[in-house]
Write a protein that binds this ligand. Structure first.
Ligand SMILES: O=C(O)C1=C[C@@H](OP(=O)(O)O)[C@@H](O)[C@H](O)C1
Ligand SMILES: C=C(OP(=O)(O)O)C(=O)O
Length: 394
């Protein structure tokens, strides 16, 4: 496993953030169902998206790519030809949304799940798929599915550990008129709202421009607010992306200017303790861990429970990283507390992190902020932000 060396330093002054994998993977599933051709514009290069696209091709859909645009022709399950084994990587949205789609087919599908993804919650999907008449079983890393399911009028989907199955059924059954009822919907609520929004958008349009990604934006936004001015062309508030709530904290600390071209972030003008509910925007926690570690005061992040179900146990990992850079952090129930300071660590660090894009990106920000060092495994960033390390070429 190669590592990447990084020095202390700055970032490029104008950041074009990639488009959103969450929007893109929803739109891809809907395009696969829709009988007329659908064009997706500005598709991200995130491997969660490129893997889903490759799987759709393998299923028999026609995929025509031109630069960052892609046209999907044909529809599933009409395009089915034979049983398939599909490598789905580490993406929750990739594998879970695809699994929801495949339940419509008659063929047998084996999804080969990545090392970490096979450990993340699956049972709620398997139980539901069986209840609807499909074969569904997970043996080590292989999820075997065989439909077709009979679509019910209503379907309750448990969201205690993840909202992605409610989304998977809502997308997969969107042409049957089944009413999906998300049960225990407390975390990641905006993602459920995003699902309904994309369904409406694709009902009305055959061309879908994928919006910019606030989760990816959060890294250079945080760096700008701690270090130097950065402009973000084309980045505007988006209430369907919970991670856009980060801008509220930045506004409070006086670092945001907006105009019709996008956002400009300047270093914060004052320090104050931050108390913030992350129940809806768990993916922001690593970024907030980095950001708040450098702002004086004791900060509180409430509602961290489901962080343990992500690409790593992010609660443990983010706390380890914060401690490695000399800050105090502790848990009180589901609240993560971080004591921020302006202490600079003067020795280089070699960070060996889990294969988790968000932990690797945040590790890199810490190194750049302090005295550099190395980060492993750098390739993890391809899951959502393959161009991430280009931010430091300046
Ligand atoms: O539907 C989506 O696009 C997502 C939902 C959230 O997951 P959970 O519902 O598992 O919290 C989020 O963390 C993930 O990055 C993307
Ligand atoms: C949790 C994430 O993604 P997913 O659940 O789709 O793997 C993420 O991007 O941080």
């Amino acid at each position: 496993m190669a590592s990447l060396n990084l020095k202390h330093g700055s970032m490029i002054k104008e950041v074009h953030v990639p488009s959103s994998k969450s929007y893109a993977n929803r739109a891809l599933i809907l395009a696969a169902i829709k009988k007329s051709p659908v064009t997706l514009e500005n598709l991200p290069e995130s491997t969660d998206v490129t893997i889903l696209l490759a799987c759709l091709k393998e299923l028999g859909l026609k995929v025509k790519t031109s630069g960052k645009n892609v046209v999907i022709e044909g529809s599933f399950p009409a395009c089915e030809s034979s049983d398939k084994k599909l490598d789905v990587g580490e993406g929750g949205t990739t594998a879970r949304f695809l699994a929801g789609l495949l339940l419509k087919g008659k063929k047998k599908y084996e999804l080969v799940l990545g090392e970490r993804l096979k450990e993340r919650p699956w049972q709620e999907f398997i139980d539901q798929a069986r209840m609807l008449g499909a074969k569904a079983e997970l043996n080590d890393a292989v999820l075997t599915l065989q439909g077709p399911i009979t679509a019910p009028k209503t379907l309750e989907v448990d969201c205690t550990r993840t909202t992605q199955y409610a989304t998977a059924f809502e997308l997969g059954l969107s042409d049957f008129g089944t009413k999906i009822i998300p049960v225990n919907l407390t975390t990641s609520q905006s993602y459920w709202a995003m699902t309904e929004k994309v369904i409406q958008d694709l009902k009305q349009n055959d061309v879908y421009p994928v919006p910019l990604d606030w989760s990816s934006a959060s890294y250079p936004l945080a760096f700008a607010a701690l270090n130097h001015e950065i402009t973000f062309p084309g980045l505007f508030d988006d209430s369907f992306q919970a991670d856009s709530k980060f801008i509220k904290i930045l506004r409070k600390l006086g670092s945001v200017t907006e105009n019709d071209k996008g956002m400009v972030i300047k270093p914060i003008t004052h320090h104050e303790p931050i108390s913030f509910d992350v129940t809806d925007c768990l993916d922001l926690v690593p970024t907030l861990g980095y950001f708040l570690s450098h702002i004086k005061g004791v900060h509180e992040l409430h509602g961290t429970k489901n962080l343990t179900f992500k690409e790593s146990d992010r609660l443990t990992e983010v706390m380890n990283l914060i401690k490695a850079f000399g800050r105090k952090t502790w848990l009180e129930g589901e609240t993560l507390l971080i004591e921020g300071s302006d202490l600079k660590i003067n020795e280089a660090k070699d960070l060996v992190l889990p294969n988790d894009h968000r932990m690797v990106m945040v590790g890199a920000l810490f190194l750049r902020q302090h005295s550099g060092g190395s980060v492993t495994p750098p390739e993890a960033v391809t899951k959502s932000y393959p161009e991430f390390f280009d931010l430091f070429i300046c």
